[in-house]
Design a protein around this ligand. Structure first.
Ligand code: SAH
Ligand code: SF4
Ligand code: F3S
Length: 460
């Protein structure tokens, strides 16, 4: 996934330098990219949605699967080629941020020595210093990039600017970062570092600023967002359910959260789905596999039954809730029987949507060294079978809305005048043709057509 971040609200400061950020990976990276733009704004960098002629291009990268990492080097090669061309279309400086930077910092500079800065997810608050250093090096024609991939003792969140450019009607707010769970397939604990929860007050203040700059919906983010345990002013520790209740007292229409882990699901969060009207009826709860043998080997520390109990409890508290999940096929030693257990879990839950991946060997993770790696053609066949089932469920979930009228928050412009895109309460993507002047508003939409991936309707 590549998302180009642009600033929806113009800032009055003089912007004589052009900044372009390319973002891959999860929502936390999208949030970080917006913060990088905020940090560089006082230095005169204005966001641009194309790379041509940029003073600085930042690649905010993802290391989660092999394909995601490899894309970075081809993108770097492309940018460098532009740099060398005579028409000066290439960027003056290139920075590599995010999880590939964290995991492969030295290798990036060895393989792409023209890169000016390499910095990780926990150090980008030092970006203004890094940019100044890199600019000085450039001026003196000194080779070799600036590298900063520490895990500093202080939290970056204490150093991010309070003033932000705004994120539009639907805004992301990181409340928790990092992971201590060490699933055997996953790089996140190594690239993002240890689990950390931001204090309650800082989150509520940022939520208020987002609302003041036009946010109607706030998505609370974390690698394990429901492991949130932030300190409140009175010294007590709050969980995610409590935090959501506090955010709901602000003038916000919609609240979401992602990604939660089955191990951290508690009754307070489930009750929030029953009690807090702004909390959307949608839960993304990755399970990865339906086989207890695989779950154990993955170090997920929960069973298939634990997962099913959460689903049942949540449905009892909030009957119209929709579930989403992540699946990995072809984890080492996955047998046909294990795979069949995953298909059966999908049939038992009935998902509204899901993400599914072939297992990808990641350097430094325990699963990469396990015997019993699954051949590529088996992974491909299993993924196809899994997706056939998931897409059928998604389509039939969507078809259930034909003829219904539902509230939609419009947060993206379509190509044509009047075309708007938005999200339903259940996180479906929806578009209308008669959306003139409705950007940033919630409107009631009568659903006329559906596909697997989206709904179409008219504002009534
Ligand atoms: N913290 C979240 C997920 C973060 S990563 C959780 O624990 O659920 C997002 C998804 O990427 C994971 O849920 C998993 O399905 C997938 N993923 C992570 N590592 C992977 C790997 N090595 N190969 C394939 N998919 C992977
Ligand atoms: Fe990765 Fe597991 Fe942590 Fe999720 S819980 S980020 S899958 S190690
Ligand atoms: Fe990717 Fe890092 Fe997010 S590896 S999924 S960008 S935490």
């Amino acid at each position: 996934m590549m998302i180009n971040v642009t600033a929806p609200v113009p800032s009055p400061a003089k912007k004589d330098k052009k900044l372009h950020i390319m973002t891959w990976g999860c929502q936390m990276n999208v949030y970080d990219s917006a913060k990088m733009a905020d940090l560089l704004s006082p230095l005169g960098f204005g966001l641009s949605d194309d790379a041509e002629g940029a003073d600085l291009v930042i690649l905010n990268t993802c290391h989660i699967r092999e394909k995601a990492s490899e894309k970075i080097f081809s993108e770097l090669g492309r940018l460098h080629k532009q740099q060398k061309e005579a028409n000066a279309a290439g960027p003056k400086m290139i920075g590599v941020a995010g999880c590939v930077a964290q995991a492969e910092g030295e290798q990036i500079l060895a393989r792409a020595p023209y890169v000016d800065m390499v910095f990780g997810p926990q150090t980008y608050h030092r970006l203004p210093e890094m940019v100044a250093k890199a600019m000085r090096a450039k001026g003196g024609q000194i080779g070799g990039g600036v590298i900063d991939t520490d895990f500093p003792a202080e939290s970056k969140f204490d150093h991010l600017p309070a003033q932000t450019a705004g994120q539009g009607p639907s805004a992301f707010l990181s409340v928790q970062e990092g992971c201590d769970k060490f699933c055997t397939f996953c790089v996140v604990p190594y690239t993002r570092g240890a689990e950390y929860s931001r204090p309650v007050n800082a989150i509520l203040a940022e939520a208020q600023r987002l609302i003041d700059s036009g946010a109607k919906e706030i998505s609370l983010l974390g690698q394990n967002v429901n492991a949130y345990h932030g300190i409140a002013d009175d010294g007590s520790t709050w969980g995610l359910g409590q935090l959501i209740a506090a955010v709901a007292t602000l003038n916000v229409e919609r609240i979401r959260y992602t990604t939660s882990h089955p191990r951290d699901m508690d009754d307070a969060l489930i009750a929030a789905h029953r009690d807090i009207p702004q909390l959307m009826p949608f839960m993304h709860l990755p399970v990865q596999s339906g086989s207890n043998i695989m779950l154990e080997a993955m170090n997920r520390k929960h069973t298939r039954d634990d997962y099913m109990r959460i689903i049942e409890k949540t449905r009892a508290a909030s009957p119209d809730i929709a579930f989403s999940s992540d699946f990995i096929v072809g984890f080492p030693n996955e047998s046909d029987k294990d795979f069949e257990s995953t298909l059966q879990l999908i049939r038992d839950v009935n998902f509204a949507q899901a993400y599914s991946f072939k297992y990808s060997e990641r350097p430094g993770t325990p699963a990469a060294n396990m015997a019993g790696q699954i051949p590529e053609d088996v992974k491909t066949a299993r993924l196809a079978a899994l997706q056939e089932l998931l897409f059928a469920q998604q389509r039939s979930f969507n078809e259930g809305f034909i003829g219904q009228t539902i509230p939609v928050l419009f947060d993206r412009h379509g190509k044509l005048d009047g075309q708007l895109l938005g999200r339903t309460p259940h996180m479906q993507s929806l578009y209308v043709q008669n959306g003139k002047d409705m950007f940033g508003q919630t409107a009631h939409v009568k659903i006329e057509k559906v596909t697997t991936n989206s709904l179409e309707g008219v504002i009534v």
